[in-house]
Ligand binder design. Structure first.
Ligand SMILES: [Zn+2]
Length: 331
């Protein structure tokens, strides 16, 4: 009995000092202030964060925690409440996003700011594509090009994914976002690796469901994807604003690609056909074509009465570029 009381006291002391530490850190980061809360690491091994598919750490309120170092290791732990190095998207959005809006501070005095993961032309954006939602922004690159972390944070996932991402890295950031980097040829980090904005995390490639080397880059908040082009000015290589206000309704309307697609196909079935016919018939300068199955630069050039060299120049690509179905090209 004495031993139990003794242990409890020890835990209380350790707990108290830890939470004092967290609180300081929060203030420093300028995060939302919350009353002290007790936390528990259910499945432990937090100290042994490693490339282990079974490492899942769930942090719950009102229970004691047993590892002093563990919590401080997870960015935005107060927002997510879990750290899963196996599941790509393990979050219950509606349970976590409880208010109408949430502010994400993209640039602050304590961070290394933002870096574009790879500086290359965008070949496909956030939206409906090939009968599927496309939740990322595709950036053209050559296999072997270095890909860097967008913001400071810690790597949560670094593994091969059969679902289409191929070799993928997911980073949880201190600002509350998670970023996803897909189709990599090589992973240069592992779960638990701490990164700052600009840290090299892997080499670009063509793994997973990919037609031609490119980086598939996503930004997610509590598991839900948003359009990175709302956040990043890719031409300038910087974020559009230092803070990002995310509205819960945007995730239900603006960013829910399946819902938008279902709505559009229901309400404007007839319009869509006339609209696409109009686009297809457009022959003005500055036209954009979508690469179809079997397309080559030569065929596209011929079809649009231009040259391969002109297309490459307009799109910043090499003549050897392997085209990707769904890719948008200026002709
Ligand atoms: Zn993509």
């Amino acid at each position: 009995m004495k031993k139990i009381i003794g242990l409890s006291l020890l835990f209380l002391l350790v707990g108290a000092s830890l939470f004092a530490g967290i609180d300081d850190k929060k203030k420093k980061k300028g995060a939302k202030k919350k009353p002290h809360k007790t936390v528990k690491v259910v499945k432990p091994a937090a100290k042994e964060l490693k490339k282990d598919d079974s490492t899942t750490i769930v942090i719950k309120d009102d229970v004691f925690m047993d590892s002093v170092d563990s919590l401080l290791m997870f960015p935005s732990h107060d927002l997510y409440g879990s750290w899963d190095t196996s599941l790509i998207h393990p979050y219950l959005f509606d349970q976590h996003f409880t208010s109408d809006s949430s502010t994400v501070y993209l640039l602050d005095d304590w961070s290394c700011g933002f870096s574009v993961p790879f500086k290359g032309p965008i070949t496909s954006g956030f939206g409906w594509r090939r009968r599927r939602p496309h939740y990322g922004t595709d950036i053209n690159l050559e296999t072997g090009d270095t890909v860097v972390a967008a913001f400071d944070g810690r790597v949560r996932i670094a593994k091969f994914n059969k679902g289409g991402y191929g070799n993928v890295v997911i980073i949880r950031h201190n600002n509350g976002l998670e970023t996803v980097y897909g189709h990599l040829s090589k992973l240069l980090v592992e779960p638990g690796t701490e990164v700052t904005s600009g840290t090299v995390i892997g080499l670009g490639g063509n793994t997973g469901h990919s037609y031609g080397s490119h980086l598939h880059f996503e930004m997610r908040f509590l598991g839900r994807a948003l359009d990175t082009e709302d956040v990043v000015d890719y031409e300038k290589g910087e974020v559009k604003n230092s803070a990002l206000v995310l509205y819960k309704e945007d995730f239900a309307d603006k960013y829910d690609l399946r819902a938008i697609h279902a709505h559009n196909s229901k309400t404007s079935r007839s319009h869509t056909t006339s609209k696409s016919a109009a686009i297809a018939g457009k022959s003005s300068k500055g036209k954009v074509v979508v690469v179809k199955n079997g397309d080559t630069l030569g065929r596209i050039a011929q079809r649009n009465h231009t040259t391969i060299a002109a297309i490459c120049k307009k799109n910043g690509i090499k003549q050897t570029k392997v085209l990707q179905i769904g890719m948008r090209l200026k002709v």
